[in-house]
Every structure is written in C-alpha cells, then in structure tokens.
Design a protein around this ligand. Structure first.
Ligand code: 13P
Length: 247
C-alpha cells in the first residue's frame, strides 16, 4: 500500500513573514498522519517554514535546485544548502521551469541524480501541452520525459521518487483533468517505470496529479488506482488545502 502524498507548490508567492502567517493558519487544517504533507515554499522561506513546522506532520520542500555541488553559478541554490536548511523534498522540472527557465529533460535528469546524492527526495514533474494532447501523443511524450529523468537511477532509488503528472493545460487554468484522463496517464507512467525498473519499484513509486486541484476535485482524483496524491498550486495557499489533504 503506497502512502498518499499531497504537496503544495507555493510558486513565487509569500514573503517570509507572510509564509509564517499562512503556515500558522494551515497547520491545524492539514494534521493527518495517514498522508505525507509537504509545503514546497520559495527558497527564502525555507528556514522559517522548517522552524514553524518542526513539531508537526508537515515536511518542507524546495521548488528547484542546481545540479552542481557549489561554485561560480550566480543566483543558483546548491542541494546541500537546501538540505542544511532543513528541506527534505525538491520539485524538479516543473513545466514553469521548463517554459521560462529553459530546463530540459537532460537538466532534469542531472538534478534528480544530484538530489539523491544529497538525500533530497525529488518530485519530478512531467506533462503535455494542449496541442500534444490533441495530437494524441500525450502518453509517448510523458513516458519519454520520465525515462530521461530517471536515467542512471537504481530501482531502489526509483521506488523513492515521486512523479507529478501535471498536464500543462490544467495548470492555473481552473480546467482540471477528468479522473479518467489523469488515471490513464498515471497508469502509463507506472507501466513505463515497470519496464525500466521492475515491479517492486513501479508498485512503490508514488504518482501525483497536479493541475487546478481543489477540495472539490481531489476526492475523485485521489480515488483512482494509480493516483497517490496531488501537487497543488493555487489551492495550497488557502484553507482549501486542508480539504485536499484530507481527501
Ligand atoms: P494549480 O494547482 O494552481 O493549477 O498549479 C498546479 C501546479 O503547477 C503545481 O505544481
């Protein structure tokens, strides 16, 4: 039985003092030990988020990191900086990173390998555009993204990865995928992991759906066989996140 995991991706929202207020508001609403609850906050908010959640069920994650250990990479954040600040998870390859910051499947793979080196749990994002869906290449596309992201990992590492399937057309649009659409792709992702890493890894690996998830849509989505939780943007900044966690 896979433990469910619901993560909030705060994106570029909340200053440290705003983050402290929001965390205080959300702590009682997301108190559920049957679910792994993760807040992926802006890097500058990590220290205060770690401090404020230390006696709770909430874990803290970052939204990105660089794939080198240290050095002359102005503006980047190294994996050991995140680790030392108390982050346990890191989102890698979000479609916004790919679209606005030129991330590729290859840089995603380098970051995933580096995250494991430092004991950070990667939440790897994949997903198709509306055009790709209309052209009928969703599954091929997403499986290619995942195969490249996981290159060089052992089956044991793959079992520990979290994959977030986020159709780009569903992100921030209010147009949530149907539970059947989401399940179809999440099942295909698990099938592709089965091919490359075997049954144990495929059965253990957790797959989230992301894209306009709300407290209203979460119960149906999370009831699907291959959907083990969600990666939530807008609704993770509101009390509605509590309903999503408890769904
Ligand atoms: P929304 O929930 O705001 O659609 O964002 C989804 C997302 O991109 C989470 O990473």
């Amino acid at each position: 039985m896979r433990k469910r995991i619901v993560a909030g991706n705060w994106k570029m929202n909340k200053t440290p003092s705003e983050a402290a207020l929001l965390i205080g508001e959300l702590i009682p609403l997301v108190n559920n030990d049957n679910v792994d609850v993760v807040f992926c906050v802006p890097a500058i908010d990590i220290p205060c988020a770690v401090e404020l959640t230390k006696d709770t069920n909430i874990r803290i994650g970052a939204q990105n990191m660089y794939f080198e250990d240290k050095g002359a990479f102005t503006g980047e954040i190294a994996p050991d900086m995140l680790k030392d600040a108390g982050a346990e998870y890191v989102i890698i390859g979000h479609s916004e990173r790919r679209q606005y910051f030129a991330e590729t499947d290859e840089t995603v793979n380098k970051k995933v390998l580096k995250a494991f080196e430092y004991g950070l749990k990667p939440i790897i994002c994949c997903g198709e555009t509306l055009t790709q869906r209309e052209q009928g290449i969703t599954i091929e596309w997403v499986c290619m993204q995942i195969k490249i992201a996981l290159l060089g990992l052992t089956p044991e590492q793959i079992a520990d990865v979290i994959i977030a399937y986020e159709p780009i057309w569903a992100i921030g649009t209010g147009k949530v995928a149907t539970k059947e659409q989401a399940q179809e792709v999440c099942a295909a992702i698990r099938g592709c992991v089965r091919e490359i890493a075997g049954d144990a890894a495929a059965d253990a690996m957790r797959i989230q759906y992301g894209g306009s998830v709300t407290g209203d849509s979460a119960p149906d989505l999370f009831a699907m066989e291959d959907i083990d939780g969600g990666l939530v943007g807008g609704a993770s900044l509101k009390p509605d996140f509590g309903r999503i966690v408890n769904a």
